[in-house]
Ligand binder design. Structure first.
Ligand code: MIC
Length: 675
């Protein structure tokens, strides 16, 4: 049978189940990544299910999010994670070494492998033909402990790329075009596989831009074939021996098809405050801008920054504009410094930032009140920049450069027919891993004590689902609520990522500052929401904090993939309305009852009844759960489930105990492999 590439790789990773469209499949995990904002909680949860060495062949913990270090909390997390990695067999990428997604594509991602990461933009590694999927920290923690990773068998969308991009039109415009067509819900349950003659015109960093932001469509992931451009990249990274040619079988088909004529695209921009609000740049040209931020986990590559430098070479940015530039990794920073790029940017007036997520997650560089900020980042959810009522636009580096030059949103094609010449990247990048610390051998590792600062507190306990649920509606919210509304971005709140009780004070801060106090006063309750509830990030804190406040179920018109799984993993029941219009019946303060919910889940019922006490109205809710999801919910969460019912779930916990008995480190040391 002729398979597309995504299906081929997934089939090679199936564990104990057959390829089953519409059903859940369990997958063997080759690689895992974590970052510091999700890592500590994932590590704490790992310690509850596996106390030995991690079972996946390669796991890397990056320090790239919480790097502002306003006080002891962030550095305490970093020390904890460094100790955890050494003790349990993960690589540790030091702060300043780069943004996880860039470094992973540079140093680790391999064609044909399966990567699971505690960050929604893990998808970036699809650029080198890795199936790379974002997940909540707990799901990654149990994967580290050897539990196969489960997803619903995805729909595979073939995206045929034709032609080549014209001057000033960039890879960012390709993904913005997909977002323009499909919006932020248009990728749910889908893998986007790129094929066609246009693929060869894009190098790996351009592919990474597209795969990174595929997450904004709500997609499971994006995937490029492994071809000569992949080989060129791996050679540049001194790991060409890891290259294999991989593509769809001749004659393979797709469940859905999109065609993108690259030479028909024009510069695009996402307006505030959703990555799905895409329009041509010319439609918003002339809007005055106070801030331009280039870089983050997307558009921080050498060419991304080199075009900004080339546009600004010999020029000075307007006095009322602030420009920040973030390189994606230490390797990229080194290449900038060894060419004219760094100096051109500096002299033009750019504030050069260290290679971390930075402004993208509100870690500094909040824009001024009421001002427009134009960013090359991936998300512009309300308030994510750190400024309330922010007005953030998302665009390509070329558009950002033209905008920084003029001080107003500018279509880069106004700067001339051709792009200025870019400084060539050095042929010999610092492709070394000196700042990625390999774990010591097991006997040494076993002696390591993990330092645990006072802000690091255990996750909420998980107790079995009771026979029935009853509680008050704490809040009714609309469509596309992002996880940033539940667990806000920025240095202040993200410092509490390891301390759920304190972080819970900030749930729904933007929409309803009283939410947290009310939830405590009412002893928890329910959240009612519109479409795409929990879009955006993988942060499980958006489930952990409501869990701590006593939220027992979320009833929504629909859910974003990762957040839905995070709710289940924390034992919060995600139910949807059988009749979407019933959402209008929800009033804050009313008492909803879900009688016999436990028995219904035990029976595998797809529908459950809810009753609104005040009005006596009854409504039908959908309980579409896979068998494993039901087991997790009945147990009260994934930790409880893994702990108590390993046999009945027929999941094989991996060899985490084996390493304790002195087995060799399974992870190859990447720099040695690479050379
Ligand atoms: C994001 O881009 O939203 C983040 C910050 O990287 C998150 C992870 C997090 O919240 O820690 C993500 O995308 O998963």
């Amino acid at each position: 049978m002729a398979d597309n590439l995504a299906t081929k790789i997934l089939k090679e990773h199936l564990v104990g189940s057959a390829w089953a469209p519409g059903e859940e499949i369990a997958l063997r995990v080759d690689q895992a990544l974590l970052q510091d904002a999700t890592g500590t909680m994932a590590a704490l949860q790992y310690l509850e299910v596996g106390d030995g060495r991690v079972s996946v062949p390669l796991a890397v913990q990056y320090i790239d999010h919480n790097t502002i270090q306003l006080d002891f909390k962030n550095p305490d997390d970093h020390q904890f994670l460094q100790g955890f990695c050494a003790r349990h067999g993960l690589y540790y990428s030091r702060p300043g070494n780069g943004i996880s997604h860039y470094v992973h594509v540079e140093r680790f991602a391999r064609p044909g492998q399966l990567l699971v990461g505690a960050d929604s933009h893990t998808t970036t590694s699809g650029a080198v033909a890795t199936i790379a999927i974002g997940a909540g920290g707990l799901e990654v923690a149990v994967a580290l402990a050897g539990v196969p990773f489960e997803i619903q068998t995805p729909t595979i969308v073939g995206v045929e790329l034709r032609g080549r991009l014209r001057p000033w039109v960039q890879a960012k415009d390709v993904i913005l075009e997909l977002l323009r067509r499909r919006g932020v819900r248009g990728g749910l349950g889908r893998i986007f596989e790129f094929y066609g003659e246009g693929v060869a015109t894009l190098n790996v960093t351009q592919r990474a831009t597209i795969c990174n932001m595929i997450a904004e469509l709500g997609a499971t992931t994006g995937l490029f074939p492994s071809d000569e451009r992949t080989r060129e990249w791996l050679r540049y990274q001194r790991r060409e021996q890891q290259w294999v040619a991989l593509g769809a079988d001749p004659g393979a088909t797709y469940d859905e098809v999109e065609v993108v004529e690259l030479d028909q695209l024009e510069p695009l921009i996402a307006r505030p405050s959703s990555p799905g609000n895409v329009v041509p740049v010319r439609e918003v040209a002339g809007i005055k801008v106070a801030q331009v931020c280039v870089g983050s986990s997307v558009n921080s590559g050498f060419e991304d920054l080199a075009i900004v430098a080339a546009v600004l070479r010999g020029q000075t940015i307007p006095p009322d504009l602030v420009l920040t530039v973030t390189p994606g990794s230490r390797q990229i920073l080194d290449t900038l410094a060894r060419t004219s790029v760094y100096r051109d940017l500096l002299l033009a007036g750019a504030r050069m930032l260290e290679p971390t997520c930075g402004p993208c997650v509100g870690m500094g560089m909040a824009p001024p009140s009421g001002a427009v900020s134009v960013r090359t980042m991936n998300r512009n959810f309300p308030g994510r920049s750190g400024t309330i009522n922010d007005r953030v636009y998302l665009c390509s580096p070329a558009t950002a450069a033209a905008t920084a030059l003029r001080g107003a949103i500018t279509d880069p094609r106004e700067l001339g027919e051709l792009e200025p010449e870019l400084a060539p990247a050095p042929a010999n990048p610092e492709a070394d891993d000196r700042h990625i610390l390999a774990p010591p051998p097991p006997r040494v590792a076993a002696t390591i004590q993990i330092p645990r600062g006072p802000n690091i507190q255990p996750p909420p306990p998980q107790a079995p689902l009771p026979a029935s649920l009853s509680g008050r509606v704490l809040i009714v919210v609309g469509d596309d609520i992002s996880t940033g509304d539940l667990s806000p971005d920025g240095a202040e709140v993200m410092a509490f990522r390891s301390n759920v009780p304190l972080m819970a004070r900030f749930v729904f801060r933007r929409l309803d500052p009283e939410f947290s106090a009310r939830a405590r006063e009412w002893g928890g309750g329910f959240i009612v929401a519109g479409q795409n509830y929990g879009q955006g990030s993988s942060r499980e804190h958006a489930a952990l904090a409501p869990k701590h406040l006593g939220v027992r179920a979320v009833i929504a018109q629909s859910f974003a993939r990762i957040h839905r799984r995070n709710l289940i993993a924390q034992g919060i029941v995600p139910l949807s309305f059988a009749a979407e219009a019933d959402c209008a019946l929800a009033c804050p303060g009313d008492t909803w009852e879900l009688p016999g919910l436990r028995a219904a889940l035990e029976r595998g019922d797809r529908e459950v009844r809810a009753r609104i006490k005040e009005s006596g109205r009854e409504l039908t809710l959908l309980a579409n759960f896979s068998p494993r999801e039901r087991q997790v919910l009945l147990a009260g969460g994934l930790l409880a489930c893994v702990r108590t019912s390993r046999q009945s779930m027929s999941i094989t916990l991996g060899q985490s105990g084996a390493a304790d008995q002195g087995s060799p480190v399974t992870n190859p040391v990447p720099q040695e492999v690479a050379r």
